[in-house]
Write a protein that binds this ligand. Structure first.
Ligand code: AMP
Ligand code: MN
Ligand code: MN
Ligand code: MN
Length: 289
């Protein structure tokens, strides 16, 4: 039997709507064998997820999705097999979490100027604790009736050029890979087809990422179309990156895909779980290979 991998998802430790335990239970029900929990800029869901994974008999990969500012773009880099106790990583993440707290207040102020009241407090109620995300604002704004659904709220209020948008000041690309590698992990470009950048810039991103020791890119993502997968498959081959696969699941009623419901990695690609770096870490962490 093939092993089913889902190497990208979120819990209430960031902007997902399920607790780590419920998320892992659901992954197990969906037939996932190896799951990476990759919360935004935070690792505090991993302990609970690890306990649940033991109970369910599922293998958990300790993951992270680091927010990166690259030029004027926000890029997401997934780290897999990171040691959550690594000091350098945690110091870096603390800085990003601090920026998130500041940005949340700023988003609140900017929305207030546009007569959207109480958004900061409202978002805070949807937020588990450490990580304040635009998703939490989106949930509040829908609840308060400013838009019918999450997608519309982002379009109207939270993306670049809209009243609640605050430019990112995240980690540098080299810095983020440094944190991941220092913590023993491997780095993967998250959902590369989703960035609003030219083909040339995307190639530059991949080149730079490789220079800093990056290992893979998500060829298969819950947010990629069939065409996206084909396109990313070719780029991964061309630049010698391994292919990763992850749903980017945020919760049962979210816009992204269900856990474990992913297309196969195209034949042309080498899945990241076939890489030496993966094999070595899988053995170390005692997970299926
Ligand atoms: P943040 O990292 O706080 O800026 O928030 C980014 C998160 O917002 C992403 O990880 C997605 O979960 C969510 N998001 C971004 N754009 C959209 C969108 N157009 N529709 C729904 N969710 C989105
Ligand atoms: Mn998210
Ligand atoms: Mn992302
Ligand atoms: Mn994600």
């Amino acid at each position: 039997m093939d092993i089913r991998y889902d190497l990208h998802c979120h819990s209430t430790a960031s902007d997902g709507s399920l607790s780590p335990t419920v998320l892992v239970e659901r992954a197990h029900q969906m037939g996932v064998d190896v799951l990476a929990l990759t919360d935004h800029d935070a690792t505090h869901g991993l302990v609970e997820a690890g306990v649940a994974a033991k109970v369910q008999g599922l293998d958990l990969v300790t993951g992270i999705e680091v927010s990166v500012t690259w030029g004027s773009q926000t890029i997401h880099i997934v780290g897999l097999f990171i040691d959550p106790e690594n000091i350098e990583l945690q110091q870096g993440l603390e800085r990003l979490q601090e920026f998130r707290r500041w940005r949340a207040q700023e988003i609140g102020l900017r929305l207030e100027k546009k007569r959207v009241a109480g958004a900061y407090e409202g978002a805070k109620e949807f937020c588990g604790g450490q990580i304040m995300s635009r998703t939490h604002f989106a949930h509040y704004l829908v609840k308060a009736g400013y838009a019918p659904d999450i997608r519309t709220v982002f379009k109207k209020y939270l993306v670049r050029g809209k009243p609640g948008y605050v430019p990112g000041n995240w980690a540098g690309l080299e810095e983020a890979l440094g944190w991941i590698h220092n913590a023993g992990g491997v780095a993967v470009i998250a959902h590369p087809a989703r960035y609003q950048i030219s083909a040339t810039r995307l190639r530059e991103l991949i080149k730079e990422f490789k220079e800093y020791g990056g290992l893979g890119m998500e060829v298969v993502s819950g947010s990629h179309s069939r065409d996206n997968i084909q396109h990313m498959s070719r780029l991964a081959v061309k630049f010698g990156l391994h292919a990763s696969s992850g749903s980017d699941f945020h919760g049962p009623s979210n816009v992204y895909t269900e856990l474990g419901r992913l297309s196969a990695v195209p034949e042309a690609n080498t899945p990241i779980w076939h890489s030496d770096a993966w094999q070595q870490r899988a053995e170390q962490f005692g997970i299926r290979r």
